[in-house]
Design a protein. Structure first.
Length: 128
């Protein structure tokens, strides 16, 4: 069975959250759906749900727009012509940089979890 992620949860994953109100910026994803025909959420009870493949595509779009400063038409060209596949062996290419950033984020999350586990273990060992 496929795993689907709701639009609010996807906004949290992507960090698309209003700083003041702490609410997800769903309108950004809905705008990207209009601009990029590759983004096709599944509608269930009038709610948007995204597959894992869609989430990865949206993460790449966000990376190219926000981190690399590309325009929407530039990102469309990258997706349309599969430019990401051309730089598999180029360590300075867009795809390599995207994966480096994703790996850094995962590493930070793992280190935080390890730190929490260490602290949890220390608290329990003091009680004995």
């Amino acid at each position: 069975m496929n795993k689907f992620i709701g639009i609010g949860d996807l906004c949290k994953i992507l960090g698309l959250i209003d700083i003041k109100t702490k609410k997800p910026l769903n309108h950004v994803l809905r705008y990207w759906e209009k601009e990029f025909k590759e983004i096709k959420p599944k509608l269930i009870n009038k709610r948007r749900y995204y597959s894992v493949e869609q989430v990865e595509l949206i993460k790449k779009i966000k990376f190219l727009l926000k981190n690399k400063g590309m325009t929407i038409s530039g990102v469309k060209n990258v997706i349309k012509f599969n430019i990401n596949k051309l730089d598999d062996y180029d360590s300075d290419g867009l795809k390599a940089e995207y994966y480096k950033k994703a790996l850094k984020e995962k590493s930070k999350k793992l280190l935080l979890k390890i730190k929490k586990l260490k602290n949890y273990g220390k608290k329990n060992s003091l009680k004995s």
